[in-house]
Design a protein around this ligand. Structure first.
Ligand code: FES
Length: 374
């Protein structure tokens, strides 16, 4: 509700001639605002207390900038790749997440504290009572609001506090860079620089290198224990999760652990009951070994491990968004958001009777990505 009657409003010529203070006063009274209390924080300019307050605010913004720089450095250069326990490398690796969390958190916190302190120390103390009113804004309202904002800006004294302006700009800028680095981080390193390597998205740890056999390993939970799998280890209707193993890695604790940690390695080895009707995928008719079939466990929707298996129906359920894959029908999705079948690992048995992979998967495992066509 306006506190000024329409016939008391200034016309355009009078408006143009009014000072900012007069416009501010007019604007507040038009909005039915009564300034009960309005006091500058520093009526006497340039006191030691004022300079101290200014330095305190600047200190927080500087902390925001330093923490933001620390976050950027840690996010890009900290050793984040998995390292086996019991070494100094493992300590550094395990600190990666806490370090980027703490530095980014401190940057946000320091920016917030700096902004709060600035408001408390430099924005004039004001207590106003305002009545609400309906309808859109008139030209007079717009002119007076602009004047009020300009007045608030000037009275906040930010214009002449270059130290605070610079540190706030630096803190917000570095923080902004940190926020940008998260989505852009993946683009810093070219993921396609070596598409043929087993570390690219097209391959998994099942890729054979130097002609070495890749065995199916039953992981018992003990990284030193290597339990290879023979067909007779699995009863009809049974299943187990297997990981790749190479003889050259037998004494290499790090490689043994990495093989079980790598996200695209887990494979579900299933033994179907004799006589079970199976539909094979065209071109993959010989990927199984008798009743034994091996499918990637990584859901083709968003990459969760799908391992809730119901042997009667042959449905494998992903617990994340309830996709169901029919392992009797080449891992085809039957329900849920996944649209691609689970990739099948071609397997056979070597001369000693152990199950081995005949090759890597013939397609990328897990969720789709930009370059993937199918
Ligand atoms: S990740 Fe499996 S259904 Fe979404």
């Amino acid at each position: 509700m306006s506190g000024v009657k329409p016939n008391e409003l200034p016309d355009e010529a009078e408006l143009a001639g009014m000072s900012r203070d007069e416009l501010v006063k007019l604007g507040t009274s038009m909005d039915g605002v009564e300034l009960v209390h309005y006091e500058e924080r520093w009526p006497v300019k340039g006191t030691r207390a004022e300079r101290r307050a200014e330095r305190l605010v600047a200190l927080w913004f500087a902390i925001a900038a330093l923490a933001g720089i620390a976050f950027l450095v840690a996010f890009i250069w900290w050793p984040w790749k998995y390292q086996a326990p019991h070494g100094t490398d493992h300590i550094l690796y395990s600190l990666y997440t806490p370090v980027i969390g703490l530095t980014l958190g401190l940057s946000i916190l320091a920016l917030g504290v700096g902004a709060l302190l600035y408001t408390k120390k430099f924005i004039p103390e004001e207590l106003a009572v305002q009545q609400r009113h309906d309808g859109g804004s008139s030209e007079v309202d717009k002119a007076t609001v602009i004047a009020e904002l300009a007045d608030a800006g000037q009275r906040s004294t930010i214009g002449r506090r270059s130290l605070i302006k610079r540190t706030a700009g630096l803190g917000a800028g570095v923080f902004g860079l940190g926020v940008l680095a998260v989505p852009l981080g993946g683009l810093i390193k070219n993921p396609w620089a070596d598409s043929d390597s087993k570390d690219s998205l097209w391959h998994t740890g099942w890729k054979a290198e130097n002609g070495e056999k890749v065995y199916l390993r039953n992981y018992t939970g003990d990284p030193h224990e290597v339990q290879l799998v023979r067909p007779e280890d699995l009863e009809a209707g049974g299943y187990m999760t297997v990981f790749p193993f190479r003889e050259s890695e037998r004494e290499d604790e790090h490689a043994l652990i990495v093989a079980t940690k790598r996200a695209d390695n887990p494979v579900l080895l299933l033994r179907f009951r004799p006589g079970q009707k199976i539909v094979k995928r065209a071109g993959q008719e010989d990927f199984n070994y008798g009743d034994l079939y091996a499918y990637s466990k990584i859901c083709t929707h968003l990459g969760c491990p799908a391992s809730l298996y119901e042997q009667q129906t042959g449905l494998l359920l992903c617990p994340c968004h309830q996709s169901q894959f029919d392992v009797f029908h080449y891992g085809k999705p039957r329900f849920g958001p996944a649209t691609r079948a689970l990739p099948q690992l071609p397997i056979t048995v070597d001369e000693d009777g152990y199950l081995i992979a005949r090759s890597d998967f013939i397609e990328a495992v897990g969720p789709a990505f930009w370059e993937r066509k199918s």
